[in-house]
Design a protein around this ligand. Sequence first.
Ligand code: NAP
Length: 449
Amino acid sequence: MSEILVAAVQGATGDELAALELPASYRAAHVRREDAAMFEGMASSDKDPRASLHVGEVPLPELAPDEAYVAVMASSINFNTVWTSIFEPLSTFGFLDRLARESVWGARHGLDYHVVGSDAAGVVLRVGSAVRSWRPGDKVTVHCNYVDDQDPSAHDDSMLAVNQRIWGFETNFGGLADVAVVKANQLMPKPAHLTWEEAAVNALCNSTAYRMLVSSNGAPVTQGDRVLVWGATGGLGSFAVQYVLNGGGTPVGVVSSAARVALLHELGCEHVLDRTERAYRFWADEHTQDEKEWRRLGQDIRALVGEDPDIVFEHPGRQTMGASVFVCKRGGTVITCAATTGYMIEYDNRHLWMKLKSIKGSHFSNYREAWHANQLVCEGKILPPLAAVYSLEDVGEAALLVHQNRAEGKLGVLCLAPKEGLGIDDHELRERVGEDRLTIFRRHHAAAR
Ligand code: NAP
């Protein structure tokens, strides 16, 4: 790998990279099938990704004609790596086994280890014989929508494909590794003004937030809209807030500490509710929600922005969904893509139907949406919310921090990149965007610790 590393860091030409011999194995973060029951009977919060995430050599799989090997300079922690590493809500080996049954190339994925990670920034090392648009040497980021383009249901909107998967979660050979195996239609240009680690933290959460709040497939923000954003300094929320601001809307961010309030103010989000300070108790007990508390949240939002939110950006799930449906404006939309605190949801349907509200499901993004979202990063219009950087060896530590809600924004992971700060090609754009803006999350994350 060291030859590849030196070549990639020194900006070798595509021909030079293509001439390098590929290693038989590579370093990768993975979970093991034999560990799938290791946390059985434990509370979710006690399950420790450090015990289940291993970093070690795995064999390099053969490359399919429509795929590319990417030398991964940096990757990031997404919540799906937390789910995989605590084997919740189920073990991801079931996904790999299903993919393995689908085709000859799919069969490569059915292994007793699962290489995780759904983000990457790096350099294309090799392309399969059917790849036309990318060459060795291209600097790329990778989005995680993995679709079979020979399936008719994958056309129009590929997120509606019956066999749509998330790379590095429902497939093997993910991004938390020195080499990633990706389909060519997952590749996007690396933002030239960013370091490897800044470039690596965007694709998954940025594309998801884009589909939810910009694309016509979601609940697009129009000028003047008020948008309630839960977890507004988290992975998804930090992009959501930027999209609302860019689209002429007014975000109302919800966070859980004064430090996170300060971060949002610096990001340009004026209206913030600290849910710890406000002490909302939406659930009186495990089975009963408290409408008075929903009402208190609604009053707090009106006190800040004068009206109920046109859109609610939902992902915490069980803990907040009742409140989200209640506070949403008459005719408004609750757009949801997750359920971190529980997926068996309860809300009062009277508030939904009598006030003509909608709940809309959303999941990642199609290639076009991911490409547009990436383009906005390339143009400096969306900032990478990089909060801290870990080595691949410390991937378990980083996943634990996300699991325990102790990280703002995104955590980057250095894979082949030997140190932070490498990979910037467009210094002029970087200066225009501003070092201060690019480091908002890093400064606040460090100060909060
Ligand atoms: P994250 O970075 O950990 O952020 C989650 C945020 O949720 C935290 O910052 C926290 O903010 C907030 N939160 C946690 N518990 C809460 C509670 N009880 N009530 C209200 N807010 C709470 O995670 P993420 O990357 O944003 O992902 C969030 C969820 O979305 C995960 O479940 C992930 O798997 C899912 N996801 C789905 C997709 C998709 O395509 N479907 C894509 C990305 C992520 P405060 O504590 O500051 O309030």
